[in-house]
Ligand binder design. Structure first.
Ligand code: 1PR
Length: 584
């Protein structure tokens, strides 16, 4: 494999911290000197007339998953022209800037390439612009992310981190509601329905920027979810990941004339929704086909003479079906990734590519994310593996076994090495892009002092009447128990940079008897990042139970969806009946 997606970042140091002027203040000072952007003005006067109505210009500076926005634009019938030079920005008919990665490196790229100044000129001339996520934040004066770092200085204000002390989980991940102002235009079809956010930093509305703010969102506090002035728009959420509602936002920006006159049905979104996630455990069967499989307590082989790998369908087809059925997120777990190198397992990469073409909700992929040396002696860093997953359409990657080793090391030495896959990937892509998947097995004990791990009193006593248990972490798909508990692991990986925890339970997996709410409560009460409850769902009531009795942010299921026993919509309708907010 060639250089990773992180390559644009590798060549520069964040000199922006020291720069005294933002590109837009440079622009203004030139104006004040009377030499109004001569270079760019002259380019503006020769704007390419050949650009057709169906072309959109995309500013992609090479970090993270921009495939999703490309796919969404193509799905809407647009072709994409990539920005190569600042002139391409100035010549654009409409420009989308899907900022990904961290603020400082992004500003560094914009400053060093002259793109920042071109962006300011473009915006100053009220040309059609849509910034997404970091593409909104970069418009502000500065950001506290690894900073302070100066931004483009278009909008007054500082981008700061959500305050986890306010009792909220950071990152803010999931489907939340907007309070839309009357002149938002591109948000006109959102109508009280949820849109998808994933970020740790946000800008706050103030007197100075109130003319820009077109919507706000509430998460512990009110933050800016979109801005608009004339033809210039930016959104903190991800329209390309917000299902049909998000596509309508993109459509309105790209072709305002095409917007339907009929107001869409109002939704009932009021706050961050609990997520329902469909999980596809994927592996190659004995015939060499990549299939979705499903285990009973992680055993994925049929209990027959042939003992073949259970085959529950094709990954791309099932993912598309779950998207249509209303899944809030889809996870792919390459369950033999611990022994098969995932970049050798190209079908999995293909699955991701095909799925992301027309599935517009977040995709997570896990399995085999670790450093690896192949048979030819070629070394691949975990960052390269993750980069390939991101490039292929993943929004988040999930680390299992390697996170266990990193946590053990961290607990033993008390120091961060900065070298674990978890630390490296979260540093480059942000911790919101890194999930740690925990595969614990319940171990009953008679006395809390029997083991040096966090022990809890369990709701259902063990086979010999034991009242206590700890949850032993495993690696290699549950094959090997490790000397670390799920509680210790969760705390350690949060420190090391995980943005979310996918909490499985081997005892409950495939049993259909409900989530292990003792375990989910223990972990979701112990960390400040979102926790996804997984393993054991059998009925819609199991979902309401886990949300009512624990602080899980999401619940994941596999078997009941694959076997079509319970449709995703039934789960959501049940949750609504129980007054648990979900995205409909
Ligand atoms: O260790 O980084 O290579 O990652 C391997 C990944 O593969 C881990 O996320 C691990 O959880 C997963 N995995 C490995 N072996 C299995 C297996 O089943 N034999 N699957 C496996 C994990 C658990 C959930 C399952 C829920 C819900 N499967 O993904 O989908 O338990 O199931 P249910 O609703 O039917 O009860 P690495």
């Amino acid at each position: 494999m060639e250089a990773t997606v992180a390559a644009p970042f590798s060549s520069f140091v964040t000199s922006t911290q020291n720069s005294s002027s933002s590109p837009c203040s440079l622009l203004l000072s030139r104006k004040n000197l009377g030499s109004v952007n001569l270079r760019f003005k002259s380019r503006l006067s020769v704007r390419a007339s050949s650009t057709s109505d169906s072309v959109v210009t995309l500013l992609d500076y090479g970090a993270g998953n921009v495939r999703s926005i490309r796919n969404a634009l193509r799905h809407l019938g647009f072709s994409i022209k990539d920005v190569q030079t600042p002139g391409d920005i100035l010549n654009a008919d409409r420009l989308i800037f899907p900022g990904v990665g961290a603020f400082a490196p992004a500003m560094d790229v914009l400053n060093k390439t002259g793109m920042g100044e071109a962006l300011c000129t473009y915006i100053d001339n009220d040309r059609p612009f849509l910034g997404i996520c970091l593409g909104l934040q970069l418009l502000f004066d500065s950001s506290e992310e690894n900073g302070p770092v100066k931004g483009l200085g278009v909008i007054p204000g500082t981008v700061g981190r959500f305050d986890s002390l306010a009792g909220i989980r950071v990152p803010h991940i999931g489907w939340n509601a907007l309070q839309v102002g009357k002149d938002s235009e591109i948000l006109d079809d959102v109508g009280n329905r949820h849109v998808y956010f994933v970020h740790s930093y946000r800008a706050i509305p103030s007197n100075e920027n109130k003319d820009w703010v077109s919507s706000t969102c509430h998460y512990g506090e009110s933050f800016i979810s979109s801005i608009r002035r004339g033809n210039v728009h930016a959104v903190q959420f991800h329209p390309e990941k917000s299902g049909e509602v998000g596509l309508s936002v993109l459509r309105r920006f790209l072709d305002p004339k095409s917007s339907s006159k009929q107001k869409p049905e109002e939704g009932k979104a009021s706050k961050l929704a609990k997520r329902v996630i469909a999980c596809l455990d994927v592996r190659t069967n004995d015939k060499g086909d990549l299939v979705v499989t499903k285990g009973d307590q992680y055993d994925v082989r049929e209990q027959s003479n042939e003992n073949e790998v259970r085959n529950l369908g094709k990954p791309v087809d099932l993912a598309r079906q779950y998207y249509k059925d209303g899944a809030d997120e889809i996870s792919f777990l390459n369950i033999t990734g611990f022994r098969d190198f995932p970049l050798g397992d190209l079908p999995m990469i293909q699955v991701l590519r095909y799925t992301s073409e027309n599935v517009f909700v977040p995709l997570t992929v896990g399995g085999g994310i670790r450093d690896f040396t192949d048979a030819t002696g070629r070394y691949y860093s975990s960052l390269e593996v993750a980069a390939e997953y991101f490039r292929s359409g993943a929004d988040k990657i999930s680390i299992g076994s390697d996170a266990v080793y990193a946590a053990e090391e961290f607990i033993k030495s008390g120091a961060k090495t900065g070298k674990s896959s978890l630390e490296q990937i979260s540093r480059v892509y942000g911790n919101q892009a890194v999930v740690v998947s925990i595969d614990p097995r319940r171990v009953y004990v008679n006395d809390p002092d029997d083991v040096p791990y966090k022990v809890i009193r369990v709701t259902n006593p063990g086979p010999n009447g034991e009242e206590y248990a700890w949850y032993q972490c495993t690696v290699s798909g549950g094959r090997e128990g490790r000397p670390i508990g799920a509680y210790e692991l969760a705390k350690a990986v949060e420190e090391l940079g995980a943005g979310e925890i996918l909490l499985n339970c081997i005892d409950c997996d495939g049993q259909g008897k409900g989530f292990d709410t003792d375990l989910v409560k223990l972990i979701s009460d112990s960390v400040g990042i979102p926790v996804i409850a997984s393993s054991g769902a059998g009925t819609p009531e199991h979902f309401s139970e886990v949300f009512e009795t624990t602080n899980a942010s999401a619940a994941l299921a596999a078997g009941i969806f694959h076997r079509k026993e319970v449709p995703i919509q039934s789960v959501k309708e049940h949750l609504l009946e129980k007054s648990i907010e979900v995205r409909m």
